[in-house]
Design a protein. Structure first.
Length: 369
């Protein structure tokens, strides 16, 4: 029995030792697993950190690329601005060169009245137009001069593509006090020299003395034909009428009021139109006829005043034109052909002659005339 117990104790000890060895190996295996998990966790943390670093690097690269793109765009704009500035400088240099040459020509000639003809820039695609007359700064001519220049700029837009081209062109057409003013303005190189609109407004402010509104209405009642032709009188009247805002009836009254007494008498004999344009047309025709008759005083078939027998005051000779009277032969011819004995024209008789009505000559009372 004792031997069996000893063997059992030995077996138990062997089993206990085996269990201890197994537990030891299990503990070692668990520790190895723990170390392995900790190593994996560290590796994962390192991978996460590296990934975050890469993301930060990518964001930094993207930001740098955006900065480079912005800088490239800014440099492109700067280059474009430089190109435009160079073009403007080239235009200014050309303008200055032309202006300098122009001033040199003035110095050589000694006077601004005889400026050389400024060449008109022309493009093959634009119509050719005549160059405006030079403007010397005289009263009333500024607005018309600028209007002519505006028409050229409108018809030739390629030749006058910039404001400075237009301003330079206008300056080359100025003389006398207008050129002196433009020279002073150009020397300052202010905003007026870069803006055509500002240049026009400044020029009109200095030289334009155009009458408008109420002032034009006042002048309509004061202007007179005097010794000038009806055509010249009508031009001034129409110009003021455009600014007066008067109706046609008032304009008719004002125009008739300013005519000479001879024209008023002539219009009264044929009837005065009630509208402005027909009135002006009748007055112009009548004025031209009267001036032509006064110019015919020296023709060969008129005899000097005082030759032949004299007429009594009770029976004055109506066939007189400016102090001369008809020869018997010419008088007979006119009567035979049915011509007026006073003016020699057809279509009327002596009693209704418009020329005679404006001269104050006594009309004959004998029949047939």
């Amino acid at each position: 029995m004792s031997q069996q117990w000893e063997r059992m104790e030995q077996m138990l000890q062997a089993i206990s030792l085996s269990l201890q060895s197994s537990n030891t190996r299990l503990d070692q295996h668990e520790q190895a697993l723990v170390h392995h998990k900790e190593a994996e966790a560290r590796q994962q943390e390192e991978a996460t950190r590296q990934q975050a670093v890469q993301v930060a690097q990518w964001e930094s690269v993207a930001h740098q690329q955006a900065l480079l793109t912005s800088q490239r765009d800014s440099m492109t704009l700067q280059q474009e601005n430089l190109v435009r500035q160079q073009a403007d400088i080239a235009c200014q240099r050309e303008d200055l060169l032309r202006h300098t040459q122009h001033l040199q020509q003035l110095d050589q000639r000694g006077a601004a009245q005889h400026l050389p003809e400024a060449p008109v820039p022309h493009s093959s695609a634009d119509p050719r137009v005549s160059q405006p007359h030079r403007y010397d700064g005289s009263k009333g001519g500024c607005r018309g001069f600028l209007t002519q220049c505006d028409l050229i700029f409108e018809l030739q837009p390629r030749a006058f593509s910039s404001d400075r081209f237009r301003i330079a062109y206008i300056i080359t057409l100025l003389t006398d006090k207008a050129l002196k003013w433009a020279t002073a303005v150009w020397a300052k190189q202010g905003s007026v020299c870069s803006s055509f609109k500002d240049f026009q407004e400044e020029m009109l402010l200095v030289f334009d003395q155009f009458t408008t509104g109420p002032d034009a209405a006042k002048l309509l009642m004061t202007i007179r034909q005097d010794k000038r032709s009806v055509t010249d009188y009508a031009i001034e009247f129409r110009t003021l009428a455009e600014e007066s805002e008067w109706n046609d009836k008032a304009l008719v009254t004002a125009f008739h009021h300013g005519l000479s007494d001879a024209l008023k008498d002539g219009l009264a004999s044929i009837g005065c139109p009630r509208e402005l344009e027909p009135l002006i047309a009748h007055a112009v025709r009548l004025d031209n006829r009267m001036r032509e008759r006064r110019g015919d005083q020296g023709v060969s078939w008129l005899l000097p005043a005082g030759s032949g027998r004299s007429k009594s005051r009770e029976d004055p000779e109506p066939m007189q034109l400016g102090g001369a009277r008809l020869s018997a032969k010419e008088k007979e011819r006119r009567m035979r052909e049915g011509l007026c004995l006073y003016c020699g024209e057809t279509g009327h008789r002596l009693s209704s002659c418009l020329e005679l009505s404006g001269k104050g000559v006594v009309r004959p009372t004998r029949g047939g005339l």
